[in-house]
Design a protein around this ligand. Sequence first.
Ligand code: DAT
Ligand code: MG
Length: 148
Amino acid sequence: MEQTFIMIKPDGVQRGLVGEIIGRFEKKGFTLKGLKLITVDRPFAEKHYADLSAKPFFNGLVEYIISGPVVAMVWEGKSVVTTGRKIIGATNPADSAPGTIRGDYAIDIGRNVIHGSDAVESARKEIALWFPEGIAEWRSSLHSWVYE
Ligand code: DAT
Ligand code: MG
């Protein structure tokens, strides 16, 4: 089953949005496969955002991500990468639809509360980077109530 990497950024943790965000993925029917509160250092944040290293906002982005603890998660389910991005909303909260996490809880692009993998391949890389210890092996007993 498809997996994605979701991270509640330091602003989301500081603002007390952890429960609300986890609840949205849970209530959708996705399965939580990994979860930890972790503060990452600069080299780690630079690796996570390596694709954006040439961007003018890269330094500010790295400063933001290392500014406090984040909640790193792996969520599993059918099309969870694409659907997860829909639940999160557009990168710039000014363009995120109401009802999405960024649409409901963020204003500035540099404080957009949450990260979600943008493709199955990047999800695989991000899960390997953030969860080198591996993730939980379990199957929700709700499976047959969520999937036909
Ligand atoms: P997303 O997080 O929606 O996948 P991204 O991968 O293009 O977006 O960029 C990663 C983060 O970098 C994004 O969540 C916020 C920040 N960012 C992106 N574009 C930006 C910009 N033009 N100005 C400032 N920050 C930006
Ligand atoms: Mg991205």
